[in-house]
Design a protein around this ligand. Structure first.
Ligand SMILES: NC(=O)c1ccc[n+]([C@@H]2O[C@H](COP(=O)([O-])OP(=O)(O)OC[C@H]3O[C@@H](n4cnc5c(N)ncnc54)[C@H](OP(=O)(O)O)[C@@H]3O)[C@@H](O)[C@H]2O)c1
Length: 224
């Protein structure tokens, strides 16, 4: 039975990933940081673990608790949008610190602590990025903190793909589409089932030659 670890699986896209992989017969370890996430994960058929991704030491503890296991797949879904800003509003320092900690530092910590467990299985490391983090497609300042954090995540992923690729891991940055979740809001273009079904297909089709690519949930390439 293949094993997937999903960081940030208490709700939204992460929870639907947990539900679909569990329904497909995978051993699913899903992380959450509060009690509500615990029951949602159990109902989805996943094994809940506690993880606040904003605390770097918790990734090391999680990896230590999994020492001896190998992971076929790791998916980093945890993320925040931060404040809605427009124009060149000076970023609030506390908001900057929080979004960089959750969207970038946490991802980098997972690359170093969880990467070796995935390398053991020659598995896949998947990071939920966003087309808003594509520098090539940036055309405005709205959400500039979020955009900047996802561009930084993409840079970290690209560096890691080189390193972990030599150890047999396939790393992907995935854009899930504009999805109706708490983050995406009710007017988003697709539902969470469509997004996750598509991403699972893209992940399953990924081969070593795809290491370091930036794709959307349909498999279309997104320019960095
Ligand atoms: N929805 C979209 O349209 C869209 C588009 C592009 C990219 N994305 C990306 O897709 C990913 C998932 O988005 P979503 O729509 O599912 O968002 P969501 O519904 O807002 O869910 C966010 C998830 O991240 C977790 N999280 C946030 N901060 C955390 C922390 N410090 N420690 C642990 N978990 C934390 C939340 O846990 P709690 O329940 O504990 O808060 C929750 O499980 C994000 O990385 C997002 O940037 C989403």
């Amino acid at each position: 039975m293949p094993t997937v670890l999903i960081a940030g699986a208490s709700r939204g896209i992460g929870l639907e990933l947990a539900r679909q992989y569990a329904a497909d017969g995978w051993h699913v370890i899903g992380t959450r940081r509060n009690a509500r996430g615990e029951s949602a994960l159990r109902s989805a058929g996943a094994e809940p673990r506690r993880l606040d991704v904003s605390d770097a030491s918790q990734f090391e503890a999680l990896a230590a608790s999994l020492a001896g296991s190998s992971l076929d797949l790791f998916i980093h879904s945890a993320g925040i949008y931060g404040p809605d800003t427009s124009g060149l509003a000076q970023p609030d320092e506390q908001a900057f610190e929080e979004i960089m900690r959750v969207n970038v530092l946490a991802a980098m910590c997972s690359m170093s602590s969880i990467g070796p467990l995935v390398a053991r299985a020659g598995g896949r490391m998947v990071y939920l990025s966003s087309s808003m983090g594509s520098i090539a497609q940036m055309n405005g300042t709205y959400g500039w903190l979020y955009r900047t954090s996802k561009a930084a995540l993409n840079a970290a992923l690209k560096c890691t793909a080189g390193e972990l690729g030599r150890r047999g891991v396939t790393c992907l940055a995935l854009h899930p589409g504009w999805v109706r979740t708490d983050m995406g809001g009710p007017n988003a273009s697709i539902d969470v089932v469509t997004s996750v079904t598509g991403m699972r297909r893209v992940i399953a089709a990924a081969r070593k030659k795809d290491n370091g690519r930036f794709l959307d949930y349909t498999g279309a390439e997104i320019p960095w």
